[in-house]
Design a protein around this ligand. Structure first.
Ligand SMILES: C[S@@+](CC[C@H](N)C(=O)[O-])C[C@H]1O[C@@H](n2cnc3c(N)ncnc32)[C@H](O)[C@@H]1O
Length: 290
């Protein structure tokens, strides 16, 4: 293991990563680091910044979309904790961005336990300092496409009580899963392990125009430009329409207001107009089991 490796005998508390820093691929843009750049973070490399700038050129409002998606995550977490949920599994958590899930949750209740999961080693390198240092939180380096490995992971089983309701967060991650990798099956496997009263918080990128908007030539060009950039990234983007995203909730019954453009999900401030909603490329919703 190199001097930057995480997972040896000096493994920081709460990190179940176990990888070598040489696993960090800096030759190709990575979605986690591109997303970090959209949000104004510094944990990215030149290759990520160049790719992100190409996305911004094709779709200048991508930063707005990323911020709106993050705000959706915050509102959905607060809502779950206010409704009594005390444990969260946040898969595809991303490079830490304050406030992180545990910080938002603990504003409403200090005892919320959080299991963070991501398949990007660079997320793991920051997890000790920014996600798990406050205690009652774990980080696991794992892939959502192998949900059983997440469910049986000792670090997850150590912090999550599968007899008590859980908020499962799959926020802006399933669009990195191809149809043939069965995103609905992945959600079902994770959902089956959770008891009644659990919630699924899900957001997903779309290429679909907002209601009433006909896709103009520039929208189609923007979408194709964004897809092109992600084709060369470590994970390609799979945009889906509302009719494809809704079934991903499976046995989780959608709570009001259903699956909507993320700023419209239980807003806590002014709602943007139709043009901004058209440019906000995420659908989001929350479902409840049982
Ligand atoms: C767009 S970021 C979303 C971050 C955060 N959930 C949010 O919405 O603000 C997507 C994250 O999903 C992670 N990811 C992509 N594919 C994944 C996979 N197959 N398994 C686990 N994580 C994955 C990326 O590494 C990245 O950190």
């Amino acid at each position: 293991m190199s001097e930057y490796s995480v997972g040896g005998p000096d493994l920081p508390a709460g990190i179940a990563a176990g990888f070598d820093a040489r696993d960090i691929d800096t030759s190709r843009p990575h979605p986690a680091r591109m997303y970090d750049y959209y949000l104004g973070g510094w944990d990215n490399y030149e290759v990520d910044r160049a790719a992100a700038e190409r996305v911004i050129e094709a779709h200048p409002q991508v930063r707005l979309s990323a911020r709106a998606n993050r705000a959706f995550l915050h509102r959905a977490v607060r809502d779950a904790v206010r409704d009594g949920i005390r444990q969260i599994i946040d898969i595809g958590t991303g490079i830490p961005t304050s406030p992180n899930t545990h910080e938002v949750a603990r504003e409403s209740h200090p005892g919320v336990r959080v299991a963070y999961v991501d398949n990007d080693p660079i997320v793991a390198t920051h997890a000790g300092a920014k996600l798990t240092n406050a205690g009652d939180a774990e980080f696991v380096l794992a892939d959502v496409r192998d949900p059983e490995s997440i469910l049986r992971h000792p670090a997850i089983r150590g912090i999550i009580d599968f007899d008590e309701p859980v908020a499962l967060l799959l926020v802006a991650v399933l669009h990195f899963v191809k149809d043939e990798e069965d995103p609905a099956g992945i959600v079902a496997t994770l959902g089956d392990a959770l008891p009644a009263g659990s919630r699924l918080v899900l957001s997903h990128a779309t290429g679909e125009p907002y209601e009433g908007y006909a896709p103009g030539r520039t929208d189609v060009e923007a979408r194709d430009g964004v897809l092109d950039v992600y084709k060369n990234a470590t994970a390609a983007l799979n945009l889906r329409g509302k009719a494809e995203i809704e079934p991903l909730f499976g046995e989780f019954a959608l709570l009001e207001p259903g699956l909507v453009r993320v700023p419209l999900w239980r807003p806590d401030g002014p709602v943007p107009g139709p043009e901004e909603l058209n440019n906000t490329i995420f659908y989001g919703g929350v479902g409840r089991k049982g």
